[in-house]
Design a protein around this ligand. Structure first.
Ligand SMILES: Nc1ncnc2c1ncn2[C@@H]1O[C@H](COP(=O)(O)OP(=O)(O)OP(=O)(O)O)[C@@H](O)[C@H]1O
Length: 321
């Protein structure tokens, strides 16, 4: 039996807004799973239902075999065992970092609370920040406090709702590196929802692609990358070039080989953009077709230079919708 079991959830807000449609998912203890999907696909609603904060129309959620009850069935909505962290952090502005993390532990034995707070400050590398107020912290630091606070009650499941969307790219990368290591250490079950695949690749080991309230695909990132079932799933990972003259064949920019002398198609470099470690090129041929290609940045192709393109048959991705 899986640890967190989500069975056939339906949630419809009105005729237009179907948030969850027969959504099912199973997560093992200690597993970290990322739910990725575009805005409006039902991700936040899913987390609220799992946390017992939103009422589903039908379907059930079980944690270790026990049914998670919705807010209409509980005196105080929510569960200590399931903690939800949202993107707005929700820290107490007039409490220090240490006080924020201790807050959920107030009714516990002082010795235990002290030990738990010290463990979390240490684990998240925040001992030096313990006396600071939220306004004196960076966005990344505030998010770490919010996650540490959610872990104070030693929950079984940590739910993260787009937790990094308000961080700048530098803050985000630093936080990802730290959290990826921390989550390995504390072995909590994590369910992260995000529209950014990178977040899920950093922090989880398994993906669920969500689309229009449904779980479209569940598997490891590599499995899904190598055999996406449709253009939506494939497109989450990278741009796909439609192969000219076909209806259902695509090639990823990284699989297009470029040569100065020889190849299947000839074209001209229409755009060249430098990115760290690679150049992104757009090659125009037949006057109308455009193929994006990714090349080692040390290889030098000039704008308007004539080039030849080729790809291995085995790299062609066939998609049917
Ligand atoms: N309280 C609500 N009342 C009415 N409609 C809602 C409510 N909450 C969500 N919805 C609708 O349900 C659908 C799914 O919303 P949800 O917030 O779960 O998606 P999401 O994938 O988390 O989107 P985002 O990434 O933008 O937060 C959307 O069509 C949304 O407009």
């Amino acid at each position: 039996m899986s640890y967190l079991e989500i069975k056939g959830l339906y949630k419809r807000f009105d005729k237009e807004a179907v948030a969850l449609e027969d959504f099912s998912l199973q997560i093992d203890k200690g597993e970290r799973l990322g739910v990725v999907g575009e805005s409006g696909s039902g991700k936040s609603t899913l987390l609220k239902v799992i946390a017992g904060l939103e009422i589903q129309d039908s379907g059930e959620v079980y944690l270790a075999g026990d049914k998670v009850l919705n807010p209409a069935k509980k005196l105080v909505p929510g569960y200590d065992e399931i903690q939800l962290v949202r993107q707005d952090y929700g820290l107490y502005p007039n409490s220090t970092v240490e006080e924020n993390i201790r807050r959920p532990l107030l009714q516990y034995n002082k010795g235990y609370a002290h030990e738990r707070v010290e463990f979390l400050l240490e684990t998240f590398g925040m001992k030096h920040l313990r006396n600071r107020y939220p306004r004196e912290l960076s966005g990344g630091q505030q998010q770490k406090v919010a996650i540490a606070r959610a872990l104070s009650l030693e929950p079984e499941v940590l739910l993260l709702d787009e937790p990094f969307s308000s961080l700048d790219p530098m803050q985000k990368r630093e936080l990802m590196e730290e959290l990826a290591l921390t989550f390995r250490e504390i072995r909590v079950t994590v369910l992260l929802v995000t529209h950014d695949l990178q977040d899920a690749l950093w922090l989880t080991d398994k993906l669920c692609v969500m689309n229009k309230g449904r779980a479209l695909r569940i598997g490891s990132p590599m499995e899904i990358y190598e055999s996406p079932e449709n253009a939506y799933v494939a497109g989450l990972f990278s741009h796909l070039n439609p192969i000219p003259g076909t209806f259902s064949d695509f090639i990823r920019p990284t699989a297009v080989r470029l040569d100065k002398k020889d190849g299947k198609f000839s074209g001209r470099v229409a755009l060249r953009k430098f990115f760290p470690q690679y150049n992104l090129l757009a090659i125009k041929f037949n006057d109308m077709d455009l193929i994006w290609q990714v090349e080692d940045y040390t290889r030098n192709y000039a704008l308007n230079e004539q080039v030849f393109l080729d790809w291995k048959k085995s790299h062609i991705i066939q998609l049917h919708n």
